[in-house]
Design a binder for this molecule. Structure first.
Ligand SMILES: O=C(O)CCC(=O)C(=O)O
Length: 196
C-alpha cells in the first residue's frame, strides 16, 4: 500500500520532506461506496468569513469557523467513514482514533482550491482522492524564488502531509477536469484548545 517510491517516479525533483503517497490505497468498490455516501451528504459551499468557495464540503468531528476564528465541534464522524479512517491511521502509523476531523469535499469541473496551509490546530493531514485525478501542487519560498512540486493525485490514492510538507510548504489544486471528491483526515495538535 504505502509506496513512497511512487511519488518520486512521477517527478524528477525531490518532493517536500514529510510527503508520502500511496496509489490505489482503496479498491474501486470502496471508492464507489464512498462517493455514493458523499453524494448523499448535505454538502454546502465552503465558507470562509464573508466569502464562499466553489467547492462543496461537509465536516465531521470538528470544523474551523472562519468568522469565529476557532475550531468548533461538528457532527460525529459517521460509521461509514470508520473503516477507512482506521486504514488511514494505519498508513500514517497513527494511534487508532487519532483522526478526529474529517472533511468531505466535492469539486465540480473547473473548481479547485487556492494556495494555503491547513490550520495550525491540526497536526497530520491525509487525503483520499476519489472520482478523478488532480494536480496537487506544492510551493515554498526559497529566497527570491518559489520551489515547486506537483503530485499527480490519482483516484483511490492517499497522500500524507507531515513535517515540512505540512508546515513550510503551501498546497493548492487547480480547477479539476472531471468531478473529483476528496476525504481529508486530520489529527489534532495537542494545544489546539478544542473541547473534547
Ligand atoms: O481535496 C484535497 O485533496 C485537498 C483539500 C485541502 O487542501 C483542504 O481542504 O484544505
Amino acid at each position: 500500500m504505502a509506496s513512497q517510491l511512487a511519488l518520486f517516479e512521477q517527478d524528477d525533483a525531490a518532493g517536500p520532506q514529510g510527503l508520502r503517497y500511496a496509489p490505489e490505497f482503496i479498491s474501486s468498490e470502496t471508492e464507489r461506496e464512498l462517493i455514493a455516501h458523499i453524494s448523499e451528504l448535505p454538502l454546502k459551499p465552503f465558507q470562509f468569513g464573508a466569502f464562499e468557495g466553489h467547492r462543496r464540503v461537509k465536516s465531521f468531528g470538528f470544523r474551523y469557523d472562519y468568522s469565529e476564528q476557532r475550531l468548533v465541534e461538528a457532527e460525529a464522524i459517521p460509521e461509514w467513514l470508520h473503516a477507512v479512517a482506521r486504514a488511514v491511521e494505519s498508513f500514517g502509523d497513527l494511534p487508532e482514533g487519532s483522526v478526529r476531523q474529517v472533511l468531505c469535499t466535492e469539486y465540480e469541473v473547473g473548481v479547485g482550491i487556492g494556495w494555503h496551509r491547513d490550520k495550525p490546530h491540526f497536526d497530520k493531514v491525509l487525503g483520499l482522492s476519489l472520482g478523478s485525478s488532480c494536480k496537487f501542487r506544492f510551493r515554498r519560498r526559497g529566497g527570491e524564488k518559489w520551489e515547486r512540486f506537483t503530485l499527480q493525485a490519482e483516484p483511490r490514492s492517499l497522500y500524507l502531509m507531515d513535517g515540512e510538507a505540512r508546515r513550510t510548504w503551501e498546497h493548492s489544486i487547480p480547477g479539476v477536469e472531471h468531478r473529483r471528491y476528496s476525504i481529508t483526515f486530520r489529527t489534532m495538535k495537542r494545544e489546539s484548545g478544542a473541547r473534547c
